[in-house]
Design a protein around this ligand. Sequence first.
Ligand code: IMP
Length: 435
Amino acid sequence: MSKTNIAVLGAQWGDEGKGKIVDMLTPHFSAVARYQGGHNAGHTVYVKGTKFVLHLIPSGILHPGVTCVIGNGVVIDPQALFAEIDELGRAGIGVDGRLLVSEKAHIILPYHRELDVLSEARRGERKIGTTSRGIGPAYEDKIGRRGIRVCDLLGDRDALAEEVRENVSARNRIIKDSTLDWKPVFDQIVAAGERMRPWVTDASLALHRLMADGKNVMFEGAQATLLDIDHGTYPFVTSSNASVGGVCTGLGVPPRAIGGVLGVAKAYTTRVGEGPLPTELSGELADRLRESGQEYGASTGRPRRCGWFDAVVVRYSARINGLDALALTKLDVLDGLSEVLICTGYRTNGGTLNEFPADLRCLAGAEPIYERMPGWSSPTRGVTRFEDLPEEARRYVRRLEEVTGVDCAIISTGSDRTETILETGSVVERWLAAR
Ligand code: IMP
């Protein structure tokens, strides 16, 4: 059987636990390639009790010998990249020879963060709740065709100086009474380019060569489908394509390179930042989920908003991404609840809604239609076989499969790699067997 390249991406509003799933699947892949986003992401991985939080570098880096690719669709803050590399270095993990950075990736300039914060302040009540990492402004420059790419840092210095001068004067026009000098910006990014040089390459070509050599690749998404610039809850989204389409544009690989799509969804729902969240809970129950699930942003430390599992959202994600299977995470966080609720549709002014609406006013007014199921008192934490789960937990998982129309091939029952169930006979097992 030929090898299968798969995409692993978020099926909700992010923070589903993609880091852990990518990390546990990595030993079956030769390369892990990130296709969008920037250091707004925070992928938390626990290895033998040690916590790693990766923002830019694919979590595959924790496995020796695995090639890690930062694709052209990613926006790179060089200082954030270096900080991450230095931290990995302190843990004895080297990146040289196995980190590839696309020469076409755009750079987050030192003042993009400031523009992000300013833009949020200008929006006032309508703020997005961004991570303040400069992600939006960097993508704005990219789409506005004035962005600076990694290859520009390594090319003609005069041309780069001209670009930086123009960009900085555009910035000075936006920020009242601002007179930022272009030269320190230029010097900083030139120095960054020199440090990045050994890793910079035509990442698309590298991936094509790997695949032509019979190696398999995992395409790693950041953020999630409901934060996708096109398919998410616009404008309360990030500025890139987190859904499966981003794989092709963000890495320069053709659609047929994607052999399977694994959606990662939490056994409940969380969201950071602003925007509607139909199943959002408040009070004691929300606090309980937040504490038990440690629902605080991996990048910003912000408390996450928590709610019940929303099947409308995951069905929508399944459609947009063509999900072959789900990795259901954090089932153990629901341990000990007397009942668990699943949202199967929305009640709106006009009647019931089974499809995710584009109009946020409609979504904001949508009232979840819930199915109530009995909870479980014995713990699922650390369980590694489906049949060892409490009966109510098994029924909950089976019901989620029915209402989303997607099988749960992986169930995560704790934060460590080992606290995982891989369903026998699942499509993921078949992907991993095809080696
Ligand atoms: P930005 O990506 O910083 O521009 O933020 C836009 C929206 O995406 C905000 O609601 C953020 O909270 C959200 N967001 C960005 N990155 C992540 C992530 O890794 N997990 C969850 N939400 C994120």
